[in-house]
Ligand binder design. Structure first.
Ligand SMILES: Nc1ncnc2c1ncn2[C@@H]1O[C@H](COP(=O)(O)OP(=O)(O)OP(=O)(O)O)[C@@H](O)[C@H]1O
Ligand SMILES: [Mg+2]
Length: 507
């Protein structure tokens, strides 16, 4: 019945110049349900939800919300009706506190006093669980904390339809669990969700129905999730089941090339870590445990850090800044695409070659043909989807921006690579390509450090896992034979007893 549906989109077309992002799409979301939206990078997911939220106007098509025809509504009009979108990139007012940011999205007049108090209580408990101090200034939050605040704001909005565009990237298991619990509580109060994710297991866990976009077309609308499994989802998204990449590790490998010694910074104290030529090592740990921090220190992003990074037995102080790190042969993929990564208005080609200008320059001039060759190579390798090499990076879908950043990093021909959340926002098919690329880099002698909240992914591609607790490395274990549960247990149980942590049993 039509009044079962909160949102009904019909024949939606969206053109961006010559690019047709949506080619006549229809979507129906039931009241009080969690509806998954799936599809490859560039399939049109973000475009569709931006249209529903009034951020982008459709070229043509119709939309009904709660049975009412919506014409020319902007964000404010849609928020007043109860539609909230949490985008892929955090939108936070930095000079305001966490509590003030939380209030921004609220429309108390709509939600009614009792319900409102109930929401407030839920949100406060979530803030506590999420370890976010309401009095903190938003500018001091990490990327992940900002993301959590954004999600909270939407959940707290009193809205009827909450849209989450890849909300879980870089969240810990505990955060994810909290988010899903909160979503279920709101669903029981007949709030609906549109949920975009590249993780099949999340779709299977939280969604009631799922719709799949492929190349701007809806190829499966409102499929009941309880009838599906992970391979069925992958088949719908990329037209085939994914073959999960698993690195074949060779324990007795190359010589130790990189040695970290006596690294000290606030909250970080690492006496020694040896990394072999061509080794892939994972840094795992809870937020603030030092895993991310050590990665930043190695790339010169923690100016207060002191210590050594020796290469082949030659003593070197840690790089003082990223420029020095790059000259040393170190490359870094940031988890914060917008802050440290992309130059949105520059073209894809310029962004890809930005860090490797010396390689494509002769006597200070950028060689256009060298640049073109390099761009061509990565364009094909990662199946970048965009109008042309000259398209501004900001016009690409989230996953395609990540592919360009990875290309830029590999193009610098580094000897040590630090990857933060490397497959962030990348679809299930290309994720495996990225794993193969990293494996391939290692076979060419590049040492790789991977820092990701996706422990399952980490265990498939690394040789060893270094576990961080309270700023120290508490254990280093071969990945072979470790399970996700082992790693969590080590991270959580050891955080209470960091002194004896180096002797923690694995099970
Ligand atoms: N502002 C824009 N200008 C030009 N083209 C755009 C713009 N925004 C999106 N596109 C294009 O529309 C298509 C769909 O992009 P969209 O962001 O909706 O994909 P997506 O399914 O969300 O992908 P991802 O999983 O990578 O986030 C892409 O080809 C993209 O390049
Ligand atoms: Mg998107």
């Amino acid at each position: 019945m039509a009044d079962d549906y909160l949102i009904e989109v019909d024949d939606c077309i969206k053109r961006y110049g010559g690019v047709v992002a949506l080619k006549g799409v229809s979507l129906r979301v039931r009241k009080g349900s969690v509806h998954g939206l799936l599809g490859e990078n560039g399939a049109g997911k973000s475009t569709l939800v931006k249209i529903i939220a009034g951020i982008v106007q459709a070229t043509s098509g119709t939309m009904r919300f709660n049975g009412e025809e919506i014409v020319d509504a902007d964000v404010k009009a849609m928020e007043e009706k109860g539609v909230f979108l949490v985008t892929q990139e955090p939108m936070i007012v930095e000079p305001m506190t966490v509590a003030d940011n939380l209030m921004l999205g609220r429309w108390p007049a709509r939600s009614g006093f009792v319900r409102d108090r109930h929401m407030m209580a839920l949100a406060t408990s979530f803030l506590e669980e999420a370890n976010l101090d309401p009095r903190r200034l938003a500018s001091t939050l990490s990327v992940v904390e900002k993301r959590k605040l954004n999600i909270l704001r939407a959940l707290h909005s009193g809205g009827k339809l909450i849209i989450l565009d890849e909300p879980t990237t870089a969240l810990t298991m505990a955060d994810k669990h909290q988010l899903f619990t909160f979503m279920k509580q709101l669903r029981a109060q007949s709030v609906s969700f549109l949920f975009i994710s590249h993780y099949n297991e999340e779709i299977l866990e939280i969604c009631d129905e799922v719709s799949v976009l492929r190349d701007g077309q809806m190829i499966g609308q409102g499929q009941v999730v309880s009838h599906l499994d992970s391979s069925a989802l992958s088949e719908m998204v990329i037209g085939r089941d994914v073959h999960l990449f698993k690195r074949v590790t060779d324990e007795a490998k190359g010589d130790v090339v990189w040695t970290l010694r006596d690294v000290r910074a606030s909250g970080l104290s690492v006496d020694r870590l040896d990394i072999r030529k061509g080794e892939i090592i994972g840094f795992a740990g809870l937020p603030g445990s030092g895993a991310k921090e050590l990665g930043r220190a190695i790339y010169g992003l923690m100016p207060s850090a002191r210590g050594f990074l020796d290469e082949s037995g030659v003593a070197h102080a840690l790089p003082r800044d990223p420029a020095e790190a790059l000259r040393t042969g170190i490359a870094f993929l940031s988890e914060d695409r917008l802050r440290d990564g992309i130059i949105a208005i520059q073209s894809i080609a310029e962004n890809m070659t930005l860090s490797s200008l010396p390689a494509v320059s002769r006597f200070g001039w950028v060689s256009r043909s060298a640049e073109r060759q390099l761009v061509e190579k990565f364009w094909r390798l990662f199946a970048v989807k965009a109008a042309s090499h000259a398209a501004p990076l900001g016009s690409l879908s989230g996953g395609n921006q990540q592919k360009v950043l990875l290309s830029r990093l590999v193009a610098t021909e580094p000897r040590l690579v630090i990857l933060n959340e490397p497959t962030r926002g990348i679809d299930v098919g290309v994720k495996e390509e990225v794993h193969r690329l990293v494996d391939d880099l290692s076979h060419r002698g590049v040492s790789v450090i991977i820092i990701t909240s996706d422990i399952e992914e980490m265990l498939r591609i690394v040789d060893r896992v270094a576990l961080f607790v309270d700023g120290r490395i508490s254990a280093i274990e071969p990945a072979h034979g470790l399970t996700k549960e082992d790693v969590f247990e080590m991270a959580y149980s050891a955080s209470d007893r960091s002194v004896s942590a180096s002797h923690q049993p694995l099970h």
